[in-house]
Structures are given as C-alpha cells and as structure tokens.
Design a protein around this ligand. Structure first.
Ligand SMILES: Nc1nc2c(ncn2[C@@H]2O[C@H](COP(=O)(O)OP(=O)(O)O)[C@@H](O)[C@H]2O)c(=O)[nH]1
Ligand SMILES: [Mg+2]
Length: 397
C-alpha cells in the first residue's frame, strides 16, 4: 500500500483486508476509494481497486442469480411491467414531495393514499394518445438505501428495470440535499444516470492473450494510447479474463472499462420533476434547480398540483426524451389504434421483427404512408428508415 495515502484511507484498507464476506469487502473497498484523493499519483491504486471491486461485484451477482433461480421469491416490491415504465422516486421526508399526488393526477389510482406513508409501490396507468405508461410510485429512498436501509435494496433493484426514472424534488425544501441523496444512493447501486453505455465491448476468445483494438477514428485519437492499452490489459486480467478481445469505438476512460466488467452497472434515463410550485419562494428554487442540474438532466419540469399546473404534453416530452417514435401498423386497410413504440431510426425490418418473426422471414415489401410529404404512399424494402407517425403495411410472400 502506497505510503502517501491519508491515514483514514489506510485504516479503511485494513478493514477491507480483515472483512469476512464478499459483501462486507465490497462495502469497505468502496469506502476506501471514497477516501483516496484523486490525482495522478493515486490513479493506479484507484484503478486497481476499482477493478477488484468489479470482480467481487460480479461474484456476488452470479451468486444472486443462482439463488434467484432456486428460490423464486416474489417480493412485494417486484412489479410486472406493462407498457413504458416510469418510476417516481424521492428522498424520505415528512410530509412527502407529492409522488402519490402525481400518480393520482396522472392515473386516478391511489386517491386515498395521498399524504400517507407508502410502504410498497403503488401503480397506475397513464394514457397518452392510446399509449400506456405504467407509473410506479415507489417508497422513498433513505440515507443508506444502497446498504439496505428502508428496503433500499429492493427499491433500487426495481429501478434497474425501469424505462425512465423521475426524480421528484420538493421545491419548497432544500433541493441540494434531495438531489445529493438520490445521486449518492443510485450511484452506489451502480445506476448510471443519463449517460450512454460506454462505446466498447469485451469478448472472451480462444487465443491466449488480451487484445485491445481501437475500431474508429475517434478511438484511435485517444491520448496516450499505449499507456491506456497496458492499463486495460491489466484490469481485464485482474478480473479473471485471460483471453479476450476489447473493442473500442469511441472516447473512453478506465472507469468505462471497469463499468463494462461490472454486471450490476445499468444506464438509466432520468428526468427531474419539481413539485409544490405554488408554495413561497419555489420559483427561485426551480430556477436554481435548472441552473445546477441541466447539464446532466436535459428535462427539468416545474409543477404544482395545487394549481393544476402540469405539462399537458407530459407523454410527448417522455417519448421525445426516450427517443421513441410511434409506428402504426396497418392490416387490410385498417390502421391499428395503438402505435408500436420503436427506437428512433428504426427500419421496416425492426418493425417486421417486432410484429412477428414470420413477417420478417417471409417479407416481400412494405407500404409506408407518411403525412406531409409529396409521395404520401410509398413501396419500400426492409432497410427503409421510418419516422414518427408512419403507417406501415407489411406484405409477405
Ligand atoms: N402545496 C402543495 N402541496 C402538495 C402538492 N402536491 C402534493 N402536496 C401535498 O404534499 C403532501 C404529500 O403528498 P404525497 O403525494 O402523499 O407525497 P409522497 O409522500 O411523495 O407520496 C400532501 O399533503 C399533499 O397534499 C402541491 O403541488 N402543492
Ligand atoms: Mg406516497
């Protein structure tokens, strides 16, 4: 252990070495890392221990997966997904921020539960243009949730499956305290917020070595490529992978490599919804919220249920943010009521596969109808890129 580390960090490292279970070791090592000052001289120690952490987390995750299969416990926190799932979360405080009020406003569910403690998730369906959004009002998150406080593990594990998380922030309280707690607990639960998955893959191969390939011009332009390559090899090796190929498609950091090696890391889109915008001074706090957090959170909304001030086009805002487009299928001249929600940039092939594999396998051609263009009706092939509101009829051979 390097001698230029703070005493507290050294002591924590000893606790890590002495810890019995892997879970305990993970906790101690995370605490150790939070005590290590981040600069050039400690870079190596940090990277090495982060990769140890990734390895231990993988062991725990593998064990948990096995247990899940054998035990099949149904927790009161587990939610059957229906449509696009949006989970409302906040930090724990009395009175609450207004999550249940929001659920009730959007879905009509849970009127009698407003103002009460919500011990288990409440669910409702919000409909926008025939699209169903499942709104989940989650119990609030307490300090230490990532260590299991207040059913924190169960709550955080549900967040991992959501299509969108909505941080509900009470504008009449200190916003930094609320944001800090949510950011801290989610980060500790390996939930990455509004970040794309890193542009890299790690595959195991037969060859008895680790290869690092820079696949794009951007990747090749990373500074100190040789040093990075060596570090990557070391970390991948440290994680028990002796033979593999690392493909890099863009700008990356060592932390990105560690994230890819950590199976518990997920990437979630998050919006912020400020509540109680009718109370005194909330206009100022709302402005502050936007100033401080809009780099990381492109969508920050101010609301008041007291004044029924809420975006009418909430569904539209979400679809745009999640980069979803509406595709209406047509069969024998009849257009479906409910659109399919597809990723922006989807092709006819993607839609055919989504309907049924046989549509793709026996595909002949498709008719696409699009408003606002000169040729409204067009005959196209599998590679044709679709747009929001397109109507598609697939013809099979
Ligand atoms: N002034 C004001 N109070 C609100 C608003 N929304 C909710 N509340 C109140 O805040 C309290 C907590 O609301 P609730 O929905 O139960 O919060 P939860 O604990 O986050 O689910 C209740 O007394 C609500 O009536 C709002 O927009 N303005
Ligand atoms: Mg509630």
């Amino acid at each position: 252990m390097s001698s230029n580390l703070p005493t507290a960090a050294k002591a924590k490292y000893q606790e890590y070495l002495d810890a019995g279970s892997t879970e305990e070791k993970i906790k101690k090592l995370e605490e150790f890392l939070s005590l290590v000052p981040k600069h050039k001289a400690t870079e190596k120690i940090v990277a090495l221990n982060k990769s140890r952490l990734a390895k231990m987390k993988r062991e725990v995750e593998e064990r948990r997966q096995k247990q899940k299969i054998t035990q099949k416990i149904v927790s009161p926190f587990s939610i059957k997904k229906e449509g696009l799932q949006i989970i409302l979360i906040s930090n724990y405080y009395t009175p609450g921020v207004g999550k249940t009020t929001l659920l009730n406003y959007l879905t009509g569910a849970a009127n009698e539960k407003i103002g009460r403690f919500t011990p288990i998730p409440e669910i409702g369906i919000y409909k926008y243009q025939n699209i169903r959004f499942q709104i989940v009002d989650m119990p609030s998150i307490m300090e230490g949730a990532s260590d299991g406080v207040g059913n924190g593990k169960e709550i955080l594990s549900q967040l991992r499956a959501a299509d969108l998380l909505c941080f509900c922030i009470d504008l009449s309280r200190n916003i930094k305290d609320q944001m800090d707690l949510l950011l801290k607990e989610l980060t500790r639960a390996d939930i990455r917020i509004n970040l794309p998955p890193p542009p890299l893959t790690i595959e195991k191969t037969g060859a008895n070595k680790i290869q690092v390939l820079y696949m794009t011009k951007e990747a090749k332009g990373i500074e100190e490529l040789e040093k990075l390559t060596e570090e990557i090899k070391e970390i991948v090796n440290e994680n028990g992978i002796r033979n593999g190929i690392v493909k890099i498609y863009g700008k990356i950091t060592i932390d990105n490599i560690i994230d890819v090696l950590t199976p518990s890391v997920v990437y979630k889109k998050v919006i912020i919804l400020g509540t109680k915008g009718d109370l005194p001074h909330t206009q100022e706090t709302f402005e502050m919220l936007k100033t401080r957090y809009s780099d990381r959170f492109p969508i920050i909304l101010g609301t008041s249920f007291q004044k029924e001030n809420f975006p009418k086009d909430f569904g539209e805002i979400i679809l745009k943010f999640l980069k979803k487009i509406r595709i209406f299928t047509m069969s024998r001249g009849i257009v479906a009521d409910q659109p399919l929600l597809m990723e922006e940039g989807v092709t006819v092939k993607g839609v055919a596969e989504k309907i049924h594999r046989s549509f793709y396998e026996s595909f002949d051609h498709a008719i696409v109808m699009r408003e606002g263009v000169r040729q409204k009706r067009k005959k196209v092939g599998l590679d044709y890129i679709l747009k929001d509101y397109d109507i598609v009829e697939i013809h099979i051979t």
